[in-house]
Design a binder for this molecule. Structure first.
Ligand code: ISE
Length: 340
């Protein structure tokens, strides 16, 4: 395929995630190329654009979207900047892949939903990439098949080797546990109705503004209770695990994977050190699915309503963290446009 026949993508925000997506579009997946990049750091944008044939550099997301050869937009800027870029892309009726959190607040997510519904067709895929992970898909299929009976509990662990020093309690919910909010909705096909947060005495690695670890417990409209251990600075690696407890059995994902060794009286393997490595296949599949759908003129995968539902659960989560109380999730009625 010639470069001009490929989907031209404008990547907005080229920090860790955005830069990894540029690499992925250029080197891993097929059918797309990076036509423009935008970043608040002009030098960073210029330096990356210089490594990609035909790519232009911008500081303004709107200018990147309007650049020659741009057919689609991948948003990987910080969450607080997403709404503005999403509304711009929808105004131009461009296909979008937007990293999570779609917006940090539920009101912003509803404004995005309104703009997309006004277009009359879906245009936004939200970057809940665990839905593209082979094990998550297998577990979702198993639970939907009903062989284990009704799910009763979901135990989740979400451990990061470390997080940046600016990471606060709210980031723990919006950036990290947002994955479990979406994963639970995906695995169970149920909405989240209430959240409570428990805080043990913090670990010695805890930084200013962050109580670490925390136990986030939430309920669903199907009566399932989900607990999430979120440990932002666990210090040994990146671990994401889930175990569904059902009426007739249990199912677990995210256990040790890869090479296992036996030597000198011990057995063991490696723990991934970060999410880009742990979920590399899921990110590749997610972006390929988005490109394939966009080239067919379609939008598939998790969408704006999923982004909204998670934003609403995050708001309740942050309030639960702050008050120590059980907080109900307030959700607007699902518009006809987003009915399944
Ligand atoms: C990060 O943004 C991610 O998406 C990772 O999957 C998550 O584990 C991490 O806590 C977030 O900061």
């Amino acid at each position: 395929m010639t470069r001009s026949a490929e989907l031209g993508v404008a990547v907005i925000g080229i920090g860790t995630m955005g830069a990894d997506h540029v690499r992925r579009v250029e080197e891993v997946i097929s059918g797309a190329r990076v036509a423009a990049v935008a970043d608040v750091d002009a030098d960073r944008a210029k330096a990356l654009a210089a490594t990609v044939e035909g790519c232009t550099a911008h500081t303004d997301p709107g200018a990147a979207m309007a650049a020659p050869g741009v057919d689609a937009v991948l948003i990987a800027s910080p969450g607080a900047a997403h709404e503005e870029s999403l509304l711009m892309a929808l105004e131009r009726d461009l296909p979008v892949l937007c990293e999570k959190p779609m917006t940090p607040d539920a009101a912003g997510a509803l404004r995005v939903a309104e703009a997309e519904a006004k277009l009359g067709h879906r245009r936004v895929q939200v970057g809940f990439m665990r839905r593209y992970d082979a094990e998550y898909r297998e577990l979702a299929g198993l639970l939907a098949g009903g062989g284990l009976g009704r799910p009763l509990l979901l135990h989740c662990r979400h451990r990061n080797l470390s997080v940046p020093s600016w990471f606060t309690d709210a980031n723990l919910i919006n950036d990290s546990v947002s994955h479990e909010f979406d994963a639970a909705r995906f695995l169970l096909g149920q909405e989240i109705t209430a959240v409570r947060v428990h805080r043990p005495a913090p670990s010695g690695r805890t930084t200013e503004g962050l109580g670490d670890p925390q136990l986030v417990v939430f309920e669903t409209d199907g009566g399932v209770v989900v607990d999430v251990e979120i440990f932002a600075n666990c210090g040994f690696g990146y671990q994401v695990q889930a175990e569904a407890v059902c009426e007739r059995g249990t199912a677990r994902i995210g256990e040790a994977h890869g090479l296992m060794t036996n030597t000198a009286g011990r057995w063991g393997g490696e723990v991934a050190q970060g999410y880009l490595a742990r979920f590399a296949d899921a990110y590749d599949r997610e972006v390929q699915a988005w490109v394939d759908a966009a080239r067919r003129g379609e939008t598939t995968g998790p969408g704006v309503w999923d982004g909204y539902a998670v934003a609403a659960a995050c708001e309740a989560g942050v309030e639960a963290q702050r008050t120590g109380r059980r907080v109900a999730v307030e959700m607007a009625e699902r518009p006809t446009f987003y009915r399944r």
